[in-house]
Design a protein around this ligand. Structure first.
Ligand code: SAM
Ligand code: DTB
Ligand code: SF4
Length: 336
């Protein structure tokens, strides 16, 4: 069994990314089969509960108020609309409902409203995830008490490249929120974006940060940049698809027990590239025709792709296994 490590060096991670493609994918697939059924993929659905006018200046994001993007802004959605969207997601086979808000951080008043949303979505039998920006320890505790299962908060890239993409917050602030989420007892969803003009060493830096967290994130979204006109990163040279697959494979090797999510950017990927990502250990996707503000593949297309590859959607109870004590904790208990 592959040992669970939290002490990867940047050079070790880069050496994995440098492996011949077939050797790398073979290793990733071996690790994948030790921990997961290779023919099961977890399915989540996304809803933007508050859209646009964000005070942050993230260079990739169409929702930033700093960029001249043609985007309809929306205030925090009424509870009924969220309930209706969650019902639709469940009917389409999603087991987790992820709600995103274009905030730097929620105010305490906003927090009250999103807590009602968490309760309502849980009542429909779905797992819940939110991404609302930075949280204080107290806000994280309140969300956890309301029953929020996952919190998404991406590190996005390496610490060195971060300042090239975002200037309104620091990497350390991201790490701090992840710590608050973990301490409150929620499952952590954190990953990054590829294709922003970063180097392979930056991709190694992102993966090293994720794999050296005190406990691996339960969910690791790997996004490909969705290029939106008006954002500073629009026009960035596209990433070689094999480089994307390599990064997925190394995420799988470093974090053997985590769900690795093939996230944004699937509309720009061929079916063959997505199949390579699954082979490299990706085992989660966003399903539904919209991500937050940009398009996602049509539901029918995904259904057909799953059928062609013999993939079954994962049942809710299987991903709930995330909440069981895992191998790394069991080991700590034994020695501790
Ligand atoms: N405002 C909160 C935050 O930044 O944490 C939550 C919403 S934000 C839109 C969630 C994540 O979406 C970002 O961390 C980023 O990784 C991803 N994202 C945003 N725009 C993207 C794009 N154009 N392409 C790929 N991923 C993107
Ligand atoms: C994540 O890593 N990707 C999702 C989710 N977490 C919140 C967001 C992707 C956003 C893509 C651009 C948009 O649709 O606005
Ligand atoms: Fe705001 Fe999040 Fe977009 Fe950054 S990524 S501009 S914080 S919505």
């Amino acid at each position: 069994m592959t040992p669970i490590r939290h002490d990867w060096t940047r050079d070790e991670v880069e050496a994995l990314l440098d492996l011949p493609f077939s050797d790398l994918v073979f290793r990733a697939q071996q690790v994948h089969r030790e921990h997961f059924d290779p023919n099961r993929v977890q399915v989540s659905t996304l809803l933007s509960i508050k859209t646009g006018a964000c005070p942050e200046d993230c260079g990739y994001c169409p929702q930033s108020a700093h960029h001249p993007v043609d985007l309809e802004r929306e205030r925090l959605l009424p509870l009924e609309e969220v309930q209706e969207a969650a019902r639709g997601a469940r009917e389409h086979g999603a087991t987790r409902f992820c709600m995103g808000a274009a905030w730097r951080n929620p105010t305490d008043r906003n927090l009250e409203r999103v807590i009602e949303m968490v309760r309502a979505v849980r009542e429909q039998g779905l797992e819940t995830c939110m991404t609302l920006g930075m949280l204080t320890p107290q806000q994280a505790r309140r969300l956890a008490e309301a029953g929020l299962d996952y919190y998404n908060h991406n590190l996005d890239t390496s610490p060195e490249f971060y300042g090239e993409v975002i200037t309104t917050r620091t990497y350390q602030e991201r790490l701090d929120t992840l710590e608050h989420v973990r301490e409150a007892g929620m499952s952590v969803c954190t990953g990054g974006i590829l294709g922003m003009g970063e180097s392979r060493r930056d991709r190694a830096g992102l993966l090293q940060q994720l794999a050296c967290l005190p406990r691996h994130p339960e969910s690791v979204p790997i996004n490909q940049l969705v290029q939106v006109e008006g954002t500073p990163l629009h026009g960035t040279e596209a990433l070689d698809p094999f480089e994307f697959v390599r990064t997925v494979a190394v995420a799988r090797i470093l974090m053997p027990q985590s769900h690795v999510r093939l996230s944004a950017g699937r509309t720009d990927m061929s079916d063959e590239m997505q199949a390579l990502c699954f082979l490299a250990g990706a085992n989660s996707i966003f399903h539904g025709e919209r991500l937050l503000t940009t398009p996602n593949p049509e539901a029918n297309h995904d259904r057909t792709l799953f059928q062609r590859l013999g993939i079954q959607p994962e049942a809710a109870e299987e991903s709930a296994a995330d909440k069981q004590p895992r191998e790394e904790e069991a080991v700590r208990v034994q020695h501790g």
